[in-house]
Design a protein around this ligand. Structure first.
Ligand code: AMP
Length: 220
């Protein structure tokens, strides 16, 4: 891809693969919009909007919010002038109907060139990462596997208290992985057939994944 042209990306992969972390870095580096459907829903939950009240129960069960709701949110996000330089869709599409609705939406919005980055991570690593994940209210994400950070402790970036996400509890994680295998994994084939898939190994360090991502996308 040419980094000076509009950058249109979809980040695809299981929960805990590092999509959000890499999306934030890339979005800052290139001034492109990061659209995380999980973040949009968590914001609605914390503001107790109508969407939030519906989504909360579904998210805590590790299930998926209905396609038509999600497509509406993404349509709104992509129609914003903030996507002029480009965007990264993080956590969408998660079902085949969402992928096909997105294809229609791209057509309507005149988006022709895009890439789907697949973050590959095996199930044991997913369970380990999610079980150790801590977040703060600003969305900064850390691992407590080094033993330095713990729930209730201060976020190293902003000082707000760190917590475990409700849906990162072991029981919900198992359900999220099951839902991923059933509903989301087939989306990979959808994009592979269209020749837009770029697969990267997401098991290495944040810096190594970033380097690999830039190399594969921009050849740099
Ligand atoms: P995430 O932060 O991407 O792991 O998303 C957290 C939760 O939000 C998911 O487990 C789903 O319940 C919900 N969610 C996020 N994105 C979608 C989507 N594209 N379709 C349906 N549900 C979603």
């Amino acid at each position: 891809m040419d980094p000076s042209a509009r950058i249109c990306l979809i980040f695809f992969g299981p929960p805990g693969a590092g999509k959000g972390t890499q999306a934030k870095l890339l979005s800052r580096q290139y001034g492109i919009r990061h659209i995380s459907t999980g973040d949009i829903l968590r914001d609605a939950v914390s503001r107790r909007t109508e969407l939030g009240l519906t989504a909360k129960v579904i998210m805590e069960a590790g299930q998926l919010v209905p396609d038509e709701v999600m497509v509406g949110l993404v349509r709104e996000g992509l129609s914003s002038p903030a996507t002029a330089r480009g965007f990264i869709l993080d956590g969408f599409p998660r079902t085949i109907p969402q992928a096909s609705a997105l294809c229609t939406l791209f057509g309507e919005l005149g988006i022709g060139e895009y890439r789907v980055v697949e973050f590959q991570l095996d199930p044991d690593a997913i369970v380990h990462r999610l079980g150790n994940r801590l977040v703060c209210p600003q969305g900064h994400t850390f691992s407590m596997s080094s033993g330095e950070l713990h729930p209730g402790g201060p976020c190293p970036d902003c000082g707000a208290p760190l917590v475990q996400r409700d849906d990162d509890r072991a029981e919900t994680v198992r359900n999220r992985i099951r839902v991923y295998d059933q509903e989301t994994a087939p989306v990979r084939h959808y994009y592979e057939e269209r020749g837009v898939l770029v697969s990267i190994d997401a098991s290495s360090s944040i810096d190594e994944v970033t380097r690999e991502l830039y190399r594969r996308l921009f050849g740099s």
